[in-house]
Write a new protein. Structure first.
Length: 194
């Protein structure tokens, strides 16, 4: 894969993670999550085989599909987002601060990990940082699961640098699917108690 294509994937990760933070529509959020998994797929191919990277991609897409099908069968909540703060400008400013911190800190992470590439380190740091920011700004089960899936995808990118074991990547796939199923359960539970 050409170097410019991997940096396009890093830019896509930054845009999708920021879009997930700003988006209020669950449909747009799940589309951004699927696009985020596609960009991470291209970065994972630097260290993993095509089959392992494709397994991670399909797992991310299945997670988004499961959340979408569950959300489609629940009632639309009219109360909106009850998280603090609600302003889009503040969320954009906070994501800019996280991206600035990633810019400053990603270079030093390359020296800690053997065989690391700057583009994968940047992409993983962006996902982990913006995923944690997403988790800190919401209380809704769907948005919390999306934040957890974003953070977990960042850790999967970090992990792809360190280890290429099929067994452990299979366990990460199981954790991702389990997290999505837990999100589906929480969405259905919220529907029954409402």
């Amino acid at each position: 894969m050409p170097v410019w294509m991997s940096w396009v994937a890093v830019g896509t990760l930054a845009l999708t993670a920021t879009g997930l933070l700003l988006s209020r529509s669950w449909r747009i959020s799940l589309g951004l999550l699927a696009l985020q998994n596609l960009a991470a797929f291209f970065l994972m191919q630097k260290h993993w085989s095509l089959s392992m990277s494709a397994a991670m991609l399909l797992t991310g897409w299945m997670s988004a599909a499961a959340l979408g099908m569950t959300r489609l069968n629940t009632k639309e909540d009219s109360e909106g987002d009850t998280s603090w703060p609600q302003g889009g400008f503040f969320r954009l400013f906070a994501s800019g601060l996280v991206l600035l911190a990633v810019t400053v800190g990603a270079g030093s992470l390359d020296s800690w990990m053997p065989h690391s590439a700057p583009d994968i380190t940047w992409g993983a740091s962006i996902l982990v940082g913006l995923g944690f920011l997403h988790l800190g700004m919401t209380l809704q089960p769907m948005r919390v699961i999306i934040g957890l899936l974003t953070t977990l995808l960042g850790f999967e990118l970090f992990y792809s640098i360190v280890e290429s074991s099929i067994l452990v990547s299979g366990l990460v796939v199981a954790v991702t699917l389990g997290l999505a199923l837990e999100g589906c359960y929480l969405l259905m539970l919220g529907e029954q108690t409402a």
